[in-house]
Design a protein around this ligand. Structure first.
Ligand SMILES: [Zn+2]
Length: 388
């Protein structure tokens, strides 16, 4: 299996210690360097900030959602604007999720058959049919660079029979999605399901890879399993996917999850965390996670992260941003989002740099514990070691 003509793919370096990869793929909108984090712009907007921020921070891919865009603004609007890029003023790549995750996450609003999923619209209550063909048709109208097949995701704690049934439907829908892509120049990724059952992941990977996609995603993780189960499944599944194509871990994760998944050979990631936690005033820093709702920041003049070059940290103190968080000013979420998106972007760039320069093991040893720590047990006044 090799890189496809729709998505040229190059491996820039592989870390000998871990198998972590630095790669470059080329979409219709340019080069994408991995490992990469793709901020979530579900409704063609990042939460709290517009696409200018993503451009300034150097993000190369945004993730949008087929199901949500189908309901609002609707395909006729996207068609009128010539797709999502001109609509949201974003010149780089877009990956669209297929709506498969909403079959899982909106269980009270769906009926499922071999043919299609049926949802009730949260906008006007109308019934919406989403088949593999319809999902791809909408993704073609959206004009994303990378489309995803419609899949059937179940909870990672589902039993073996339920998980097997879902992965078998996922394979049949993957074939229909691929056929529906037809002559579109857009790339399409297959999705491997199978929960935390190694034999089912293997089965799913074999079936999906045999269909021949431009890249492969792991679905059905970060939906109820433990961190250890997620890491074991990721490690196993990465080995089941072709080395010469991109590997995308869907819906993951925290900075610590990203480090662990890159270590296990995954290339692409998306998650709502950096902007979703910003709504609560939670920030990621080079010394772990801070919760600005806590009183300990009330008088702190230092920025959220003294090592961060973002526009929030270069201007404002923890005390001030914490004050805005507590008074529930919308601009607080904006300031923290800019910071968190800067943190994620820099973390991925550092990982790529370390893989290219052969120092990923050093980076991993230094960061693994720090990224996982938070401020609950101690006041954040210095590196953890100095305080213990
Ligand atoms: Zn910052």
């Amino acid at each position: 299996m090799t890189a496809t003509h729709r998505l040229p793919f190059r491996i820039d370096a592989v870390d000998p210690w871990s198998g972590a990869r630095a790669t470059t793929l080329t979409t219709l909108h340019g080069a994408v360097e991995t490992p990469i984090f793709m901020p979530v712009a579900t409704q063609a907007i990042l939460r709290h900030v517009d696409t200018t921020v993503a451009t300034e921070l150097g993000y190369q891919v945004l993730l949008a959602n087929t199901y949500h865009l189908l309901l609002r603004p609707g395909t006729e609007v996207l068609q009128a604007f010539g797709g999502i890029h001109p609509f949201m003023k974003w010149e780089r790549s877009v990956l669209t999720d297929s709506g498969g995750f909403q079959i899982f996450s909106l269980p009270n609003h769906v009926s499922l058959s071999e043919e299609r999923a049926r949802f009730r619209s949260y906008v006007d209550g109308a019934w919406i049919d989403l088949s593999p063909e319809r999902s791809i048709e909408v993704q073609r109208t959206i004009g994303s660079d990378i489309m995803m097949v419609l899949d059937h995701c179940v909870s990672s704690t589902s039993d073996l029979a339920t998980t097997r049934k879902a992965l078998e439907l996922t394979t049949r829908w993957a074939k229909r999605s691929l056929d529906a892509r037809a002559d579109s120049p857009q790339a399409i990724f297959g999705i491997v399901q199978g929960g935390c059952f190694p034999e089912l992941r293997k089965e799913s990977a074999e079936q999906i890879v045999a269909l021949g996609f431009d890249g492969y995603a792991l679905g059905g993780l970060a939906v109820g399993e433990t961190k250890a189960e997620r890491e074991d499944t990721t490690e196993l599944a990465a080995k089941l996917l072709p080395a010469t194509q991109p590997r995308y871990l869907m819906g993951v994760g925290t900075p610590s999850d990203l480090l662990e998944a890159v270590r296990r050979g995954m290339d692409m990631f998306d998650c709502i965390i950096p902007t979703a936690l910003a709504s609560q005033g939670v920030c990621f820093t080079s010394r772990g996670k801070l919760d600005l709702r806590r009183g300990v920041y009330r008088l702190q003049e230092t920025p959220i992260d003294p090592l961060c070059p973002c526009s929030t940290c270069s201007r404002f103190s923890r005390a001030y941003v914490s004050h805005l968080v507590k008074t529930k000013e919308p601009v607080a979420a904006q300031l923290v989002s800019v910071h968190n998106l800067t943190f994620y972007r820099r973390l991925m760039a550092r990982m790529r740099e370390a893989i290219l320069s052969g120092t990923f093991r050093e980076l991993y040893s230094k960061e693994a514990e720090l990224l996982d720590s938070d401020d609950v047990d101690y006041p954040p006044v210095g590196p953890r070691k100095e305080r213990e």
